[in-house]
Ligand binder design. Structure first.
Ligand SMILES: *Cc1c(COP(=O)(O)O)cnc(C)c1O
Length: 358
């Protein structure tokens, strides 16, 4: 399908933000993609419309009962081209999330085609500075304006675009300090942990705020049943370098299956690392640290790509990892990953997808 979708033009284009001060998710482009669902028509009316407020019923089910899922990916500038990174994976995942929250699935190819046409229209909004990108946020939420508790009969999908700055402000990787949360939990097996749904974030904010108040950057979640096994950080999956081996918690329903996580595993194997996906107990990590075998720790997610962890606090212990410096493996994986994303390294797996000029 390469038919051009409906395009509703705005009267006046916005002024572009200062590329030196983009931040994250603060500026939005001129247009967004919009798609509606109702029970009788299914998904319909896919179009590019001016970015702006939308009208919604005060009784909308999405507001009251949390039927809302989202995605996050980035577009980069490579010379004249605009490139997406593994976008097929995001549309596959949004369908898994939609299914879990009892929302209607979308046609992955149709939506990817719609996204390409939107990004093509917004080419001039993709920043070109080192580490900068156009952040892409698809979101789907229930719009039926009735209060009876049931799966909504109406939904809206939007894709909005936000030119964003480098996570590291253009500088080198800098280690973060992480609080291991031993009271609150984010998700349980059988729950919604593997879905990218708004409710998971709602459940995580209080712990995040408390950790921030005490000077910690992010929270590392433990499993929801025994609070014993490590799951993931805020909006990143977590990796450990143990005796030269890459170890990451295995996916068993309560962890978000990150596309960065998956790509790092594939890349690390290609680079000759042994990779283990398994349960990792927090007590094991402390023990390994005390024996000098916990060499590096890093988070992996679309926003930061890779974020080295320099300190972990668990109960009354504070441990420092690799002298609070970015480790060799962390740096190497980061350089390769960003090299592929930015077009500096060849892309044997076809992870880069060029946006056509329509
Ligand atoms: C989005 C997300 C991640 C990272 O996924 P990527 O596809 O790598 O960006 C990790 N954990 C949570 C909870 C997330 O929402």
């Amino acid at each position: 399908m390469s038919n051009k979708i409906e395009f509703v033009k705005r009267e006046q284009l916005k002024e572009k933000p200062d590329p030196k001060n983009l931040g994250f998710g603060q500026h939005f482009t001129d247009y967004m993609l919009s798609y509606d669902y109702d029970k009788d028509k299914g998904w319909h009316d896919l179009k590019i419309v001016p970015y702006g407020p939308i009208e919604i019923s005060p009784a909308a089910q999405g507001i009251h009962y949390g039927q809302s899922v989202f995605e996050g990916l980035k577009a980069y500038k490579h010379g004249d081209d605009i490139v997406l990174f593994r976008p097929d994976q995001n549309f596959k995942r949004i369908n898994n999330s939609l299914e879990r929250i009892n929302m209607p699935k979308i046609d992955e190819e149709e939506l990817l085609e719609g996204l390409k046409q939107l990004v093509d229209v917004e080419r001039d909004w993709v920043p070109e500075g080192e580490g900068q990108s156009l952040y892409i946020r698809p979101v789907v939420f229930a719009t039926e304006g009735t209060l009876g508790v049931h799966a909504s009969h109406n939904y809206k999908l939007l894709i909005i675009l936000s030119p964003s700055g480098s996570y590291y402000g253009g500088g080198s990787l800098s280690p973060t300090k992480i609080y291991v949360e031993d009271e609150y939990v984010r998700a349980v097996r059988g729950g919604t942990g593997f879905a990218k749904t708004a409710g998971n974030y709602a459940a995580s904010l209080l712990a995040q705020t408390q950790a921030n108040k005490e000077g910690w950057d992010q929270v590392l979640w433990l499993d929801g049943v025994e609070r014993k096994y490590v799951e993931e950080v805020g909006s990143m999956n977590i990796f450990f370098v143990i005796n030269g081996k890459l170890v990451t918690p295995k996916l068993d329903g309560s962890i978000l299956p990150g596309i960065t996580r998956k790509s790092i595993i594939e890349l690390a194997k290609k680079l000759g690392y042994e990779v283990e996906e398994r349960h990792v107990a927090i007590d094991e990590l402390i023990e390994l640290h005390d024996k000098g075998e916990l060499e590096e720790v890093f988070g992996a997610g679309t926003a930061a790509v890779i974020s080295p962890v320099g300190k972990l606090k668990y109960e009354d212990r504070e441990i420092t990892i690799n002298n609070f410096e970015t480790g060799e493996t962390t740096q190497k994986l980061y350089d390769h990953y960003v090299g592929i994303q930015s077009g500096k390294i060849e892309d044997p797996n076809g992870w880069r997808v060029v946006v056509p000029k329509y």
